[in-house]
Design a protein around this ligand. Structure first.
Ligand code: SAM
Length: 230
């Protein structure tokens, strides 16, 4: 059974899509999508040999070789130009997702949708979308086995979503859709972040020479969170 996290990602892959799943590990996501949608095609990209082998054997076992191609390589380098219309990247930090997108920009020519599931630093992905012509059209947040995951959907747009003014940083950090929705996993995620910040702040203040800029930065974040979830 596919994890709820990857099901959430899969639910935003449109019918009949030709897509790439980058950092695919066992290729569970492309297999799941292609098993359910006979018109879907996928490329599973993996940079590491172990996961690459696992992906290949899972696809063989599921007899999906005619529709899922497993390729070994770094990020979007496994793709030819204009080969896919949608990209999924799940289960990595937001900074790595950004690097993969940034380094592979020339492969995004025909890519209408990017579905990202950053484990950390979702704001980095939101900012990348904003700067690269992908409008954040939807977000979701789920809890599974005590972990909280965010899924961000960016669609190619002439007029990307623009957070602005005093709220810009907050929109990027919390996510414009998620903060409106105030779902249970959203609140527990940020409550957890606030607890961590409070702990770190206490430690910092006990230091002989606290880094006052850092203290101020963390205090601001802490206050933002309090305003956000209460
Ligand atoms: N996407 C799957 C998921 O969400 O369950 C697997 C997540 S796993 C934690 C991250 C995978 O990304 C690993 O298998 C790793 O080898 C792969 N990876 C990391 N950096 C990569 C890169 N630059 N290009 C392709 N794959 C990468």
């Amino acid at each position: 059974e596919l994890s709820r996290r990857l099901k959430a990602v899969a639910s935003f892959v449109y019918k009949g899509a030709t897509f790439a799943d980058i950092g695919s590990d066992h290729a569970y996501l492309p297999a799941y999508v292609c098993e359910r949608d006979p018109d879907a095609r996928a490329i599973a990209g993996e940079v590491n040999d172990g996961p690459f082998q696992s992906a290949q054997s899972h696809i063989n076992k599921q007899q999906l070789n005619d529709r899922v191609t497993v390729r070994k390589g770094n990020g979007l380098a496994v793709l030819n130009e204009n080969e896919v219309e949608l990209v999924t990247i799940a289960g990595m930090g937001g900074k790595l997702i950004k690097t993969i997108l940034e380094e592979g920009k020339e492969k995004l020519g025909k890519v209408q949708r990017i579905i990202a599931q950053p484990n950390l630093d979702a704001q980095v992905v939101r900012l990348w979308f904003l700067h690269n012509g992908y409008e954040l059209i939807e977000e979701t947040i789920i809890e599974e086995d005590g972990h909280i995951y965010e899924v961000l959907i960016g669609d190619r747009s002439e007029a990307p979503w623009k957070p602005y003014g005093v709220d810009r940083e907050k929109e990027l950090l919390f996510g414009p859709f998620l903060r409106k929705e105030q779902s249970e996993p959203f609140i527990s995620k940020w409550q957890g972040e606030a607890d961590k910040l409070q702990f770190v702040l206490n430690q910092m203040k006990q230091a002989k020479q606290p880094d006052l800029d850092k203290v101020k930065e963390f205090e601001t974040q802490y206050n933002w969170i309090q305003e956000e979830i209460t």
